[in-house]
Write a protein that binds this ligand. Structure first.
Ligand SMILES: Cc1cc2nc3c(=O)[nH]c(=O)nc-3n(C[C@H](O)[C@H](O)[C@H](O)COP(=O)(O)OP(=O)(O)OC[C@H]3O[C@@H](n4cnc5c(N)ncnc54)[C@H](O)[C@@H]3O)c2cc1C
Length: 255
């Protein structure tokens, strides 16, 4: 059986100035089940005839088997001159792509016994954590874990899925914290919707000291910009976190 399968575009929306939200359905009658945090790859030809592949974290909130016919969502950065960007922008609803996967080990582990999860992302990297929301909801209710989601973005309009993270803050006061970090534009005074978020100006790594991560207490996840991932890993090691409790997904751009 081929490792490739066709996916069909169901919906495309621009959800931020530089982000597309895409929904696809697997179109060969098989389920596209995945563990939250995993990604799929798409495969497409370039203008010179060579083939390209790009990876995208599954963003569908996932607490059940994704059956045949059910949508798989992801969010894609709009990169000027980007090959996949042009492909997504040019697709019509109903068009097909070749895909493979799901792949990756950036998932919550059933044996984790930490008291707190630190979930750190930049940009579209937050998609993985959106997909984990049902699992996190259950872990907070059943095991009393704390979750701190730190999201780095340039401006408020890039705080993807903020309403869903704020709903988790409301649902689990003190147990689910949402810390947006804005590198260019601060939240303005009208941003009442963000009142329950602990927003700050700057980069995600600047928030680590106040969170005081420690070995045995925390398991940390990082997803997105490779420079951010490296900086946060270095900082977490300085706080004494062992590598087994540091999990990362770098959004590396393939040539
Ligand atoms: C495991 C994994 C999971 C990933 N998941 C996601 C995801 O969920 N969402 C997502 O958006 N991306 C994700 N990526 C990155 C994604 O695969 C593509 O690299 C990205 O979408 C750019 O593709 P493109 O073809 O449009 O641009 P490319 O043709 O790859 O890039 C064109 C030019 O822009 C530069 N560039 C590439 N990306 C960026 C960027 N973000 N900002 C500025 N310049 C850039 C490149 O270096 C290159 O010079 C993931 C990568 C990996 C490895």
């Amino acid at each position: 059986m081929s490792k490739f399968f066709p996916i069909r575009l169901l919906e495309r929306r621009q959800i931020a100035p530089s982000v597309l939200h895409l929904a696809f359905v697997r179109d060969d009658g098989e389920a596209l089940d995945y563990t939250p945090g995993q990604f799929i790859q798409i495969h497409f030809p370039l203008a010179d005839g060579s083939s390209a592949r790009r990876s995208y974290s599954c963003a569908t909130r996932h607490d059940h088997r994704i059956a045949s016919g059910e949508a798989v969502e992801f969010v894609a950065s709009i990169v000027p001159g980007g090959a996949a960007t042009a492909l997504f922008q040019g697709m019509a609803i109903g068009d097909h792509l070749q895909a493979s996967g799901p792949l990756g080990l950036f998932t919550l582990k059933p044996d984790d016994a930490s008291r707190r999860y630190l979930l750190i992302a930049t940009g579209t990297g937050v998609a993985s954590y959106r997909s984990m929301l049902p699992q996190l909801d259950a872990l907070i209710r059943e095991r009393g874990v704390e979750v701190v989601l730190v999201h780095g973005a340039r401006m408020p309009s890039e705080l993807l899925f903020a309403d869903e993270f704020l709903a988790m803050v409301d649902r689990h006061p003190g147990k689910f914290r949402y810390l947006p970090c804005l590198s260019r534009e601060a939240l303005d005074d009208d941003a009442a919707a963000f009142a329950r978020a602990e927003a700050a100006h700057g980069y995600v790594q600047n928030r680590l000291a106040e969170l005081a991560p420690s070995a045995g207490n925390d398991i940390a996840y990082m997803c997105g910009n490779p420079n951010m991932v490296d900086a946060v890993v270095a900082a977490l090691k300085e706080h004494g976190l062992p590598m087994k409790d540091i999990r990362r997904e770098k959004y590396i751009s393939l040539k």
